[in-house]
Ligand binder design. Sequence first.
Ligand code: GLU
Length: 298
Amino acid sequence: MTKPVFRFAPSPNGRLHLGHAYSALLNDALARRFDGRFLLRIEDIDITRCRPEYESAIYEDLAWLGLDWERPVRRQSEHFSDYRSAFQSLKGRGLAYPCFCSRKQIAERIEAIEAESGESWPRDPDGAPLYPGTCKGLPPDEIARMIGSGEAHAWRIDSEAVRRLLPAPLVFTRFTPDGATDIVEADPWGWGDAVIVRKDVPTSYHLSVVVDDALQGVTHIVRGRDLEAATDLHVLLQKLLGLVTPLYHHHGLVLDSGGDKLAKSRRSQALSELRALGETAAEIRRRLGFAPQPIPST
Ligand code: GLU
């Protein structure tokens, strides 16, 4: 029987904090409990924000916590061609369209719609306003002219076209750390026409994550509740790309003393800082609810 495959997939755009440690330790503990494999993937598509020193720090912090992972580590920036082929398959079926709008143009358009209707425009699960479809109806010759003249553009999923193609409800299996499962319905439509290829890089988080999870044979995805809504979109992309949908577990988030989610952008205390203050890996592991040393696989 093939073994379950778990993965921890950080982005090297800052130092890891306790929230990352929790996610990595939980993946490792579950891989051990279910006699599975544990992979590490470096999600570095954002070439402007990701740095080699953060990547080295990830290896250092995880090893310090007592974790070990399979080599070679998959680094997303080395696999843009895989994401490109997945995108071509969506584009080839007319499921994506180019979008030339800047963020400012989108915001202005929405402001105008809201002013005219007196109603607030819907937001996606991350709180960003849904794309108002400005570029959707552009005539093909205009699109060809703009792309030909080198205009920067993203690609968006055409959610209406996708919905016509997939009328049945989308479902996936959720699992709990003790192995219980249930089937839940995914509702990706609240994301509207999400960006699947960014303007600045030839992919997006959503596209690369589903392509990689499938290519690496990941069977169990364990990640924070902050990505729970993204799973709905991932299940949709898996269906469109003919990929197997893994099982999902979204764990609770480690909060700071003010009750806020830890974040690199909020400069939450890094593991390396805790280490420099004299905290031991065993203390951190215990603090997060894990055994002070990894429990050997069964
Ligand atoms: N790279 C993402 C992050 O650092 C996590 C992706 C995932 O687990 O699916 O937030």
